[in-house]
Design a protein around this ligand. Structure first.
Ligand code: GLU
Length: 300
């Protein structure tokens, strides 16, 4: 952010927010909406706005999208503070965090394929469900540690033993600037993957480690990630990391009222720019609630 000023009365240089896109495609207006809110939350407190590229998915991330994302943000009139952080360069940090959880028996290797999990779920009469659908049925949690250790040459993910981890951490809560105090429900995602077979980490682990390492004080992101915060809060407790405040904002919706996403045919910001749309004016409209192109806002 080039110009620093205090709008909201909460002065101080301690507010740090970030925008953390995955460079698997170009940004669409929903991303712009989110980036603007993270940027403006920092601006209002004379704080810092960071850009982090979440490129742990090396198969789907593309350098040209990284460059495109930066162009899109500049087009919107958003500038970020400091160096851009790339998650692909921080694998050793995630490995160290995973190691710390392994040493306390809070994760276990999972050898299941998607097909194995689907079969197991189909066979079980009452598979537990979380906010994102059926939960991992816990198959590999039952493998004795010595047998699992003997199979580590096979492809495997690492899953959190959520019940054990939650019991160790005890009751947790967190503060969302919009919702208020939220009692954490870390079992909502079940035994979540902390290190993918193909990536050595996962979104949940990387985002938690990095928000702490970058000193992010306010995690501003869409309400679609609200449930993930239960997992992140637990990881912070287990890894002894500072606890930020969250601000899960409403999502931009398309003219049909559904959440904007590329798969719904939302125009990319690049396409809008090519059509001659003025990025700063577009950002102004998104900020002012005078939503362009038939966009709306939904809280879930
Ligand atoms: N990388 C995530 C995404 O593109 C956002 C992560 C976050 O804000 O926590 O959806």
């Amino acid at each position: 952010m080039t110009a620093r000023r205090t709008i909201g009365g909460q002065a101080g240089r301690d507010v740090v927010t970030r925008f953390a896109p995955s460079p698997t495609g170009r940004l669409h207006p929903g991303h712009a909406f989110s980036a603007i809110q993270a940027h403006d939350r920092a601006l209002a407190a004379d704080g810092r706005f960071l850009l982090r590229i979440e490129d742990i998915d090396t198969g789907r991330s593309r350098p040209e999208h990284v460059a495109g994302i930066m162009d899109d943000l500049r087009w919107l009139g958003l500038t970020w503070d400091g160096e851009v952080v790339f998650q692909s360069q921080r694998m050793a940090r995630y490995a160290a965090a995973l190691e710390s959880l392994k040493s306390r028996g809070l994760v276990y290797p999972c050898f299941c394929t998607r097909a194995d999990i689907a079969r197991e779920l189909a066979a079980s009469a009452s598979a537990p469900h979380g906010s994102d659908g059926p939960l991992y049925p816990g198959t590999c949690r039952a493998i004795p540690a010595d047998r699992a250790a003997g199979r580590l040459g096979e492809p495997h993910a690492w899953r959190m033993d959520a019940a054990r981890a939650a019991a160790l951490a005890g009751p947790l809560d967190w503060i969302d600037e919009i919702t208020g105090t939220v009692v954490a429900d870390p079992l909502t995602h079940g035994d979540v993957v902390l290190a993918r077979k193909d990536a050595g980490t996962s979104y949940h682990l990387a985002v938690t480690v990095d928000d702490a390492a970058q000193g992010v004080s306010h995690v501003v992101r869409g309400v679609d990630l609200f449930a993930a915060t239960h997992v992140h809060r637990l990881l912070q407790a287990l890894l002894d990391l500072p606890v930020p405040t969250w601000r899960h904002h409403a999502l931009l919706t398309g003219p049909d009222g559904t959440r904007l996403a590329k798969r719904h045919g939302a125009p990319t910001l690049a396409a809008l720019r090519d059509e001659g749309v003025d990025g700063r004016a577009f950002a102004y409209d998104l900020r002012s609630g005078r939503l362009p192109l038939g966009f709306g806002v939904a809280s879930a």
